[in-house]
Design a protein around this ligand. Sequence first.
Ligand code: NDP
Length: 277
Amino acid sequence: MKFVSFSDGEQVPALGMGTWAMGESRALREQEIRSLQRGIELGMSLIDTAEMYGDGAAETLVGKAIAGRREQVFLVSKVYPHHASRQGTIAACERSLTRLATDCIDLYLLHWRGNVPFGETIAAFERLQRDGKIRHWGASNLDPADMAELVATPGGDRVATDQVLYNLSRRGIEWDLLPWCGERKIPLMAYSPIEQARLLDEPRLQKLAAQIGQPAAQLALAWVLSRRNVIAIPKAAQGAHVDENYGALACPLGDDVLQALDAIFPPPRRAKPLEML
Ligand code: NDP
């Protein structure tokens, strides 16, 4: 496993697992649990979820998947912006903890910026930390201006990460957010790292993957993993996808492949608004 360090030195796997849309289908539930457990066994033990996903159904599923394995897992969940007030954050966290069947979330994120001032949400995160309910806190979908404002808010310099949309077809953050966070030793979490599988339909990516003899998903993930200070969280309900994604760790990309990918998916040449899904 490759690891990424938070600014306090704690290391987490660079390749974790997402859970958006998990827990919503009774027919898929056992398969989804097995896939998450398979990923944990392989060391992809950072699991990303949110109170939003399936209205708590994803957190409940994660709770079942990590039962008896909690200490192996780095657990990430998120609070809705409209819950992110001083009291609302604490109440939302308590509900998440119950669904996750654990007493502590390792990293708790503000899902996106809403109307609650950052100072209130940070005060709630600090309270949750003092009470041992969360270990780290961070944000999601914040652009560089939002991040600068957050960091300038009292206590805001403790932000552990910004979780944003990042994959070969969404490279805008390389212009500003990625270097900004790099200078401050704040790792980024790349969500939708294979663009919800849409990237795999790109003919030029398919052709390059075939030339290298690697599945396109693995190539796309290996590219995200080649970035410094970035954690990738692909979601895979199918066990075969979990294994294939794990394989991305075993194939560091050479300069020739990186250049070929730059030609297909050019890096940004100017600032772009932060993209979100
Ligand atoms: P991903 O880019 O991870 O793509 C998931 C899709 O790709 C699923 O349909 C999955 O299929 C398929 N897939 C996974 N691995 C393979 C493979 N090896 N070959 C072919 N297909 C594959 O999209 P997500 O949007 O789910 O992003 C990942 C996670 O990021 C989310 O689950 C969530 O935890 C987080 N996220 C956070 C957001 C935020 O606002 N903070 C927004 C969006 C996502 P299958 O499931 O059938 O295996």
